[in-house]
Design a protein around this ligand. Structure first.
Ligand code: ZN
Length: 76
């Protein structure tokens, strides 16, 4: 089914708009633009909190793998 004429008439409008990339602030869980240094909502240093979060997540993953290995050894 073709689009109504009003949607296709007129010159092209240029490049399609791309929404800004957002990420969550680790301090207040509000969305902030990805290049933001300091959260406009709570003032936290966004990239430092993101690094801290990634380190904690990696430590949790290592711990989970360790527990999994220990449980496998118990079953033998
Ligand atoms: Zn914040």
């Amino acid at each position: 089914m073709p689009l109504p004429k009003s949607k296709t008439a007129g010159p092209p409008r240029g490049k399609p708009r791309v929404p800004p990339k957002l990420e969550l602030c680790g301090g207040c869980r509000q969305f902030v633009q990805s290049e933001t240094n300091f959260c406009p909502w709570c003032g936290a240093e966004v990239q430092a909190l993101a690094r801290e979060y990634a380190e904690k997540l990696e430590a949790a993953r290592r711990t989970a793998l360790h527990i999994e290995r220990l449980l496998r050894e118990l079953r033998r």
